[in-house]
Write a new protein. Structure first.
Length: 671
């Protein structure tokens, strides 16, 4: 009989496989968790069955998810977006639930009129089930949509702000729904009493915690932070989150409500960003376990037997939400194209939909024979989301002539502003880096044209007389309208590699004579961007280290002319000696593990390569590493020379990826 530890290890192994496959296919990890849950579940390979211990552990994923969402609900943010959150978002969730209830009533009346009374497709739900189902269907995927909008630089666009407003309210609506759904299984009189009591408890708890809780939380976190212990800070964070979750559960509410309140309290302190970073691993891992348990509930046999129902449940809610969100966005003042984009981005199911559906099933509101088709339909809609978002612009352009005219007008405005510019610098992105570049260009009387997708930033900068317009630099129309062919250079100021590669491809195809400068965070994408055609790549981490080194050299007395020459030599060498680092305990993130790094290998008397040349010891073995330097036993540092004969006590500094370095070390020492 499998123990809880056996099941936990199986879940973790399945999660690793699922995430790896999703990363290879560039899909959200959430989908990988769901798929591996189906595969190992009792309805497929039957490697695992539901365990109360693992199920309870997985529920903490929802707790930490609600905690992270609570961190986003600070009062200034809600106030600035109140019309989108409490206007557009409230309308979308409320009308979706009402429409689901109305659809249930209409279907029941139709079946009764036809004399089947619930026989069609196995439909046998009551109004409580319809309310719970409506809450689940009202949710959209925050994880998928926000990730893709961030990659496409659309978070501050017109449709991006509306999408975020609706997603924020959906996340907020989960809190009362987590209280409502368990109460729906009671009788009518008991339901009223339960909801009233829960409302009083929640209101009292919120008043107590939010009235004095912020000051207490700030004082407590400040007290813990002064101890200057990361371990203590993390332990305290877990204590606060799980402690408030425990408090609300014992008050007759839900674990998630306490975690949400904890997030809201911390959101008002200066420790918010530190907490977000610290809690992320717990949130991601435990939420992954939750989605595996959801996938285990999916019976693929029902998909084969009820494919028509799955197709119906996967299509109708998506089309309904698309129409509803588009209509609401239009009623709230959005142009047709913006409204349609908002609807396309939010038509799918969401991660909280799984949470609510699971809760409804556990409370006998949704029959198990209905749950599997619903789960399958929701998963299919989420799988389709990346494709819908990628092709959203083409869809909008075909459907909305108004949007085509507005885009044409925007291109005309860009072209009008850039028509008299020549030999100008085209700045893609007008954040801090773009604005600093623009100021330097103005000082040198060099013309520039900046493209940015933040309407507020563009409006303020344009009002101040700066040459910036609203436009997507990753679209050919925007670049051409901004005078790409006449530009003296293009500068990509935001560190987004996929977008930068798209811009590089467009410039290479339509204006290959124009040099492109690209900004990146580190040296991980240097080869990739250089292969895409970047003329100059500026990695912030390396440039920061060069500036740090130049300041340190100047302070210890090295003449400034020599400092400038040393720094310039590093740049001219394409950062060759600095494209690597010695691995340390803080270099274990997923991204950093595959970066090039440095490794020092000291040769002892037993090393098989002693007496051989560098060429014989390494290069002929094709180990894919570079020798940066060789330090003799007496301290002399030599540049690498293929004919150099290796001696006992030599220390070789190697540069390469971790696996290649491990092979090289083995060859040098053991043969």
């Amino acid at each position: 009989m499998a123990t809880t530890l056996d099941l936990t290890l199986l879940y973790l192994f399945a999660a690793v496989i699922g995430v790896v496959l999703c990363r290879l296919m560039k899909l959200p990890p959430m989908l990988g968790y769901l798929v591996v849950g189906v595969v190992i579940g009792p309805n497929a390979l039957a490697l695992a069955k539901d365990s109360a211990g693992v199920q309870y552990l997985a529920e903490f994923g929802v707790v930490f998810l609600m905690f992270v969402i609570g961190l986003e609900f600070n009062l200034p943010k809600l106030k600035s977006m109140r019309s989108l959150v409490f206007g557009l978002g409230l309308s979308q969730v409320g009308l979706t639930m009402l429409a689901t209830l109305a659809g249930h009533v209409a279907l029941g009346a139709t079946l009764a009129w036809m004399g089947h009374q619930g026989g069609l497709l196995g439909w046998g739900l009551n109004w409580q089930s319809a309310v719970a189902l409506g809450g689940a269907l009202a949710m959209s995927s925050t994880a998928i949509v926000v990730k893709m909008m961030a990659e496409r630089l659309e978070l501050e666009s017109e449709h991006g702000r509306r999408v975020m407003g609706i997603l924020l309210f959906q996340d907020l609506a989960v809190v009362p729904l987590l209280v409502l759904i368990p109460a729906l299984g009671d009788s009518a009189s008991e339901l009223t009493r339960t909801l009233a009591l829960a409302g009083l408890k929640a209101a009292g708890l919120l008043i107590v915690l939010l009235a004095g809780g912020q000051k207490v939380m700030h004082w407590w976190l400040d007290l813990v932070a002064r101890r200057k212990s990361e371990e203590l800070f993390m332990l305290n964070l877990l204590l606060v989150t799980l402690g408030l979750a425990w408090l609300t559960e014992h008050a007759g509410l839900s674990l998630a409500l306490g975690a949400f309140i904890a997030g809201m309290l911390i959101a008002e302190t200066e420790y918010k960003h530190q907490v977000e970073t610290d809690i992320r691993p717990f949130h991601d891992v435990l939420l992954g376990l939750f989605f595996i348990t959801i996938g285990m509930k999916l019976d693929w046999h029902s998909l084969v037997d009820q494919w028509a129902l799955v197709l119906l449940l996967g299509t109708l809610p998506v089309l309904f939400k698309l129409g509803l969100v588009t209509t609401l966005a239009k009623l709230f003042g959005a142009p047709t194209g913006v409204a349609l984009r908002t609807g396309l981005y939010l038509a799918q199911a969401g991660e909280f939909g799984f949470v609510l559906l699971n809760l409804a099933t556990d409370n006998q509101l949704i029959p198990h024979h209905v749950q599997s088709p619903l789960l399958a339909a929701m998963v299919l809609s989420m799988l389709a989301t990346p494709l819908i978002i990628v092709y959203s612009n083409r869809i909008v352009m075909r459907v909305s002539s108004t949007d085509w005219l507005m885009q044409s007008l925007a291109m005309t405005q860009i072209a009008t502003k850039s028509i008299n510019t020549d030999k100008h610098v085209l700045i893609c992105g007008y954040g801090r880096s773009g604005q600093n570049l623009a100021r330097l260009l103005e000082q040198e009387h060099i013309p520039y044209m900046a493209l940015d997708l933040d309407p507020d930033r563009v409006r303020q900068a344009a009002a101040a007389g700066q040459s910036v317009v609203f436009g997507d630099a990753s679209r050919l129309q925007s670049l051409v309208a901004a005078g790409l062919s006449r530009a003296s250079a293009v500068v990509v100021t935001y560190p987004n590699t996929p977008s930068a590669k798209k811009i590089l491809r467009l410039v290479h195809e339509h204006a290959p004579q124009v040099p492109v400068v690209v900004r990146t965070i580190d040296d991980a994408s240097l080869d990739e961007l250089q292969g895409a055609g970047a003329t100059v790549i500026v990695p912030e981490a390396i440039e920061g280290s060069l500036m740090l080194a130049s300041q340190a050299l100047a302070l210890v007395g090295v003449p400034m002319r020599r400092v400038f020459r040393l720094v310039q030599e590093q740049r001219m060498a394409r950062y060759g000696l600095m494209r690597g680092y010695f691995h340390g305990a803080d270099d274990d993130s997923v991204d950093e593990r595959e970066l090039q790094r440095l490794l020092s290998v000291t040769l002892n008397a037993n090393a098989v390569c002693v007496g051989q040349t560098l060429d014989a010891a390494l290069d002929q073995r094709d180990v894919q590493v570079a020798v940066v330097s060789v330090r003799r036993a007496q301290g002399q540092v030599l540049l690498p020379d293929l004919g150099l004969v290796l001696e006992v006590g030599d220390t070789l500094v190697l540069s390469g990826r971790p696996q290649a370095l491990a092979r090289a070390e083995g060859l040098l020492l053991k043969g």
